[in-house]
Design a protein around this ligand. Structure first.
Ligand code: 3PG
Length: 209
């Protein structure tokens, strides 16, 4: 079954981005995120344990889990084989998009410019990750890019200050906001699952106000 990404991301409008050093931390991590009110999560392909972590997060059952930092078609294949229900990329790569399409899995490419956005539109996509959102100009660039592309939905990610969540989410073009602040590598190394749950709950609360 293909995930309706818009429905999943619109549920809480928060997408925790995870870099999991050890798959052993995946079950308590999934539990902490779900208990905090998250409904989805993105496991980045930045560690050798990413596929195992993705599988374990999926097995929890309470989250729709996707893959992030997918840079190649081969990684997209591995991500889907590990159970990814959606694929996120930091940039626009035609081969990644084509393979996701063949696999019938929603794909969200990263864009930083109007040209990249036009490429995504030409590829038939209408949901993009604005990345890296904060260094690019935050809500200022979001508004500027959204204006000529009213059909596009954005998932701003990258350096997001959680205090600014309401500012991002109040823009009608924003589907959801992604970020790693709710569950960082440091949290995972310290097994700070209570803190992960608290930060997730805080973000969910800010996103639904
Ligand atoms: C990503 O890959 O989406 C980013 O690394 C997440 O951005 P952040 O770590 O700045 O929140």
């Amino acid at each position: 079954m293909t995930t309706d990404l818009a429905t999943v991301l619109y549920g809480t409008r928060i997408l925790p981005v995870l870099t999991v050093p050890s798959a052993a931390s995946a079950p308590p991590l999934a539990e902490a995120l779900a208990a905090g009110g998250a409904r989805c999560a993105e496991v980045t392909f930045r560690t050798p344990e990413a596929e195992r972590a993705l599988k374990a997060m999926t097995a929890h059952g309470g989250l729709t889990v996707g893959a992030g930092t997918v840079l190649t078609a081969e990684q997209a294949e591995r991500a889907v084989a590990a159970g990814a229900r959606f694929v996120v990329s930091p940039g626009f790569d035609a081969a990644v998009i084509a393979r996701c399409r063949e696999l019938a899995v929603p794909v969200v490419p990263g864009v930083a410019t109007a040209t990249e956005l036009m490429r995504a539109l030409r590829a038939g996509l209408d949901t993009v990750k604005l990345f890296p959102a904060a260094p690019l100009g935050g809500t200022t660039i979001l508004k500027a890019l959204a204006a000529p592309f009213p059909q596009v939905r954005f998932v701003p990610t990258g350096g997001i200050d959680p205090a600014l969540l309401p500012d991002y989410l109040s823009h009608p073009a924003v589907l959801a906001v992604g970020g790693s602040w709710m569950a960082t590598t440091s949290h995972l190394e310290r097994r700070a699952y209570g803190e992960i749950r608290r930060l997730t709950a805080e973000a969910v609360e800010r996103s639904t106000r």
